[in-house]
Design a protein around this ligand. Structure first.
Ligand code: MTE
Length: 312
């Protein structure tokens, strides 16, 4: 599967000079001459299959790719879990750019291809749980959000990071409906964003992300309910005030800003104590949901002064 192609425009025109220089070094290291900038890169699939496993890849049985890629939540296309697989095929993910703005020293719009060259890709196998009570274990490929953020030098006023999905109702036909107030927006507190578990995924299962799973760039926050993991990100904004997220705006009582996986706090319409393992037979018993989705050791400290029944 092909992923990013080098755009015809010169990289020095789109990338800040220091990043560009750094990138040239990386390319040299990869034994590709700078003339190679004008020829297509090797298939990203080949690159992805060589990604080293990250520290989090421990003892979790992964869910089948076919289940993860055919049961998705992508309201920009449909509220049905199966149809985004074909509806999202028309989304053009190459070239793709991401705008960084707000409380940062280095603002700008950057090609994803350049972002990928400047951020070491690794694999992380994470458990993922949707607020609708199914769970799955996915080998994501991507890079650390914290390392990415540091490159833009957030100011001392940056207390939150807000992410926005593409708005293109001609392609994302669900955006013609009022099911959410578009575009989809999600956000994290700065310390959540800088936690080493927080991840920007560009691939899964040794290949680029399928469109329905959020290609070409999505967030993964493994200790929070799935709706925090926003897909098809085009904008990242650093703010002083807590941003209003799409789900929070839609149903404040059901989808709080923090959205930490918490079996003790029921969703108003259903319990969060158990989860159905995606792809398992109907005879497989449901799994008991763990606090922070099992990542409490790494993240509970972020919330030690907070009543998580109030800040759900
Ligand atoms: N991002 C966007 N832009 N639009 C969405 O509808 N759904 C969220 C999240 N990210 C969603 C989104 C929800 S509710 C879940 S559970 C996860 O994506 C699902 O990720 P998956 O479809 O890859 O399983």
């Amino acid at each position: 599967m092909k992923f990013q192609k080098i755009p015809a425009i010169k990289s020095s025109e789109i990338t800040e000079q220091s990043i560009f220089e750094n990138r040239r070094q990386l390319i040299k290291l990869a034994m590709v001459s700078t003339v190679g900038l004008l020829v297509p890169t090797p298939s990203m699939a080949k690159i992805y299959s060589k990604i080293p496993s990250g520290k989090q890849s421990v003892n979790l049985e992964t869910t089948d790719f076919k289940d993860v890629s055919n049961y998705t939540n992508y309201y920009e296309f449909t509220t049905n879990k199966q149809d985004a697989t074909h509806l999202a095929k028309n989304l053009k993910t190459d070239p793709w750019s991401v705008t960084v703005e707000g409380e940062v020293e280095k603002k700008g719009t950057f090609f994803l291809e350049d972002i990928l060259k400047n951020n070491a890709l690794e694999e992380r196998i994470y458990r993922f749980r949707c607020v609708e009570a199914w769970s799955m274990v996915v080998p994501w490929i991507g890079f650390s959000l914290a390392d990415f953020i540091k490159q833009f030098k957030p100011t001392s006023k940056a207390k939150f990071v807000e992410f926005t999905t593409l708005y293109d109702p001609e392609i994302m036909i669900g955006q013609k409906t009022k099911v959410l107030d578009w575009p989809y927006v999600e956000a994290l507190r700065m310390d959540e964003a800088m936690n080493p578990l927080t991840f920007m995924a560009t691939g899964m299962y040794d290949d680029a992300l399928p469109n329905q799973n959020g290609a070409p760039l999505r967030l993964i926050v493994p200790w929070k309910y799935g709706f925090k993991s926003i897909k098809a990100i085009v904008k990242i904004r650093f703010t002083e005030k807590m941003p209003v997220t799409a789900w929070n705006k839609m149903a404040k009582k059901e989808y709080g800003f923090f959205a930490n996986v918490n079996p003790e706090v029921s969703h108003p319409r259903w319990s969060q104590k158990r989860e159905r393992i995606l792809g398992a037979s109907i005879f497989t018993p449901k799994r008991t949901t763990e606090m922070f989705n099992g990542y409490g050791e790494q993240v509970a400290g972020l919330y030690s002064n907070m009543d998580l029944k109030t800040f759900y």
